[in-house]
Design a protein around this ligand. Structure first.
Ligand SMILES: Cc1cc2nc3c(=O)[nH]c(=O)nc-3n(C[C@H](O)[C@H](O)[C@H](O)COP(=O)(O)OP(=O)(O)OC[C@H]3O[C@@H](n4cnc5c(N)ncnc54)[C@H](O)[C@@H]3O)c2cc1C
Length: 414
């Protein structure tokens, strides 16, 4: 079957690539092994928080993580493994955790994060999509004296447009359940949040309306490569698709990239969410990051979501109750107790690169293949920016070198 553009993987990244390519006049087909109702793009926190966002690999990450591990509050879990790729990833992660790299990454986050926010706002306005989107800041709550003091040193110059340091009364107004054990909080005003599940279903509906084709519940098993071109995309249903161009956006899964002799340096990092009903008077006023615990609490129209944990070395898709209990214990150590009514637990895998920079761009050998991978813990934040970069690259037949977006924001060139 002949196709124009085939996108393998209909997560937030695949859907955004489809959005921009279809609007650029190409005919897009998305193939997904599932029915696009529960990938990593659905169960996440929905923070769009690229402003004042420290990368995961920040200076001091190793000592801070070890300290939290000793207190039994660490969100990071490292499973013992014989997989050398994970040690390679960890080495690169530790090497990235330096001041210079951290500053550069924070600048890139702001640049591409703002581009994405503007695209999301345009989709809401012009395409009439309901994302339950709110650009009313992200509250960062500190539970450790040291990290709060360090942050205050950084934010000692007043900047009313960007942030506000809240007193205890104001913190309580933002997060009614919080106890006096919290050390302090800063409101980062430029950030936003939305309801990821709603975003995914609204985007998919819109893409269907504008003519994007969806082939669901078919796993791409093999890419048949001849003369440095993908000749056929072969699926679990035995179908053969022939595409002008293929975009790989398979989230944390790297099997197909390996068939193309591309070793993507990224690792699945398992995370959890708990979604529950909460009386309106207890809901936080905006998205709240418990900074030292790596727990996010996001208010949504119908409910509230808590997310946490970063588990490396596991690809077990099951929800492990011990991890859910640990999230709750950490959360309730700083919040008054309440019932999490109609609780729904979920788990998914972040496609995590060692330096938080995505792996995007055309394959240097296979001329009709482009990667849109490695969005890590910030895929919802950057997906529209990535979609527009990929669309510009493919629709305008550019090389990687001709794309500013690729040169600046692709881990292939850093
Ligand atoms: C707990 C948690 C909290 C998070 N919080 C945030 C947040 O607040 N803000 C933020 O910006 N990001 C957040 N993230 C990260 C974000 O969710 C991810 O970066 C993003 O969802 C990745 O999108 P994706 O499209 O790359 O992958 P996915 O959503 O995983 O989509 C990949 C798709 O590819 C399909 N697929 C894979 N292989 C094949 C194949 N061979 N054939 C066919 N289909 C295939 C899969 O079925 C899937 O549908 C969080 C992640 C987690 C786990």
């Amino acid at each position: 079957m002949k196709k124009d553009i085939v996108i393998i993987g209909g997560g937030i990244v695949g859907l955004n690539c489809a959005y921009f390519l279809q609007k650029a006049g190409r005919q897009v087909t998305i193939i997904d092994e599932n029915d696009i109702t529960n990938s990593t793009s659905f169960g996440n926190a929905g923070l769009l928080s690229s402003y004042d966002k420290t990368p995961l690999s920040y200076p001091g990450v190793v000592t801070n993580t070890l300290k939290l591990m000793l207190k039994g509050q660490s969100p990071v879990i490292l499973h013992p493994t014989t997989d050398l790729k994970i040690y390679n990833w960890l080495t690169k992660f530790i090497l990235s955790a330096n001041e210079k790299r951290c500053k550069k990454t924070m600048m890139l986050f702001e640049k591409f994060g703002e581009i994405s926010l503007q695209f999301y706002e345009k989709m809401i306005k012009e395409d009439n999509l309901d994302f339950d989107y709110h650009r009313d800041g992200m509250l960062s709550v500190f539970t450790e004296d040291k990290s709060y003091e360090d942050k205050l040193k950084k934010y000692n110059i007043s900047d009313d447009d960007r942030f506000e340091i809240l007193n205890h009364l104001q913190i309580k107004e933002y997060v009614p359940t919080i106890t006096s054990k919290a050390k302090g909080a800063i409101l980062f005003k430029k950030n936003a949040h939305f309801d990821s599940r709603r975003v995914m279903s609204e985007l998919k509906r819109h893409l269907e309306e504008i003519g994007v084709e969806f082939i669901l519940n078919e796993r791409v098993e093999q890419l048949d490569i001849k003369n440095d071109k993908i000749k056929y995309i072969i699926t679990s249903s035995g179908n053969l698709y022939k595409a002008e161009h293929t975009i790989m956006s398979t989230g944390y899964q790297t099997l197909l990239a390996r068939q193309c002799n591309k070793e993507l340096v990224m690792t699945p990092a398992k995370g959890y969410s708990i979604t529950f009903d909460m009386p309106i008077e207890l809901k936080p006023k905006t998205s709240t990051l418990f900074n030292d615990l790596f727990i996010v609490m996001t208010p949504r129209r119908d409910n509230v979501r808590l997310t946490s944990k970063l588990e490396i070395g596991s690809t077990d898709p099951k929800v492990i109750q011990k991890q859910i209990d640990s999230i709750k214990n950490n959360f309730f150590a700083y919040n008054e107790s309440f019932d999490m009514k109609n609780e729904v637990t979920w788990t998914g895998f972040r496609p995590l690169t060692p330096n938080d920079i995505p792996l995007i761009g055309k394959d240097e050998k296979i001329s009709n293949l482009t990667y849109a991978m490695g969005l890590g813990w910030l895929g919802m934040t950057f997906a529209p920016a990535i979609g527009s970069i990929i669309s510009d690259l493919v629709a305008n037949d550019k090389t990687n070198a001709q794309s500013d977006g690729i040169l600046m924001f692709s881990g292939f060139y850093q």
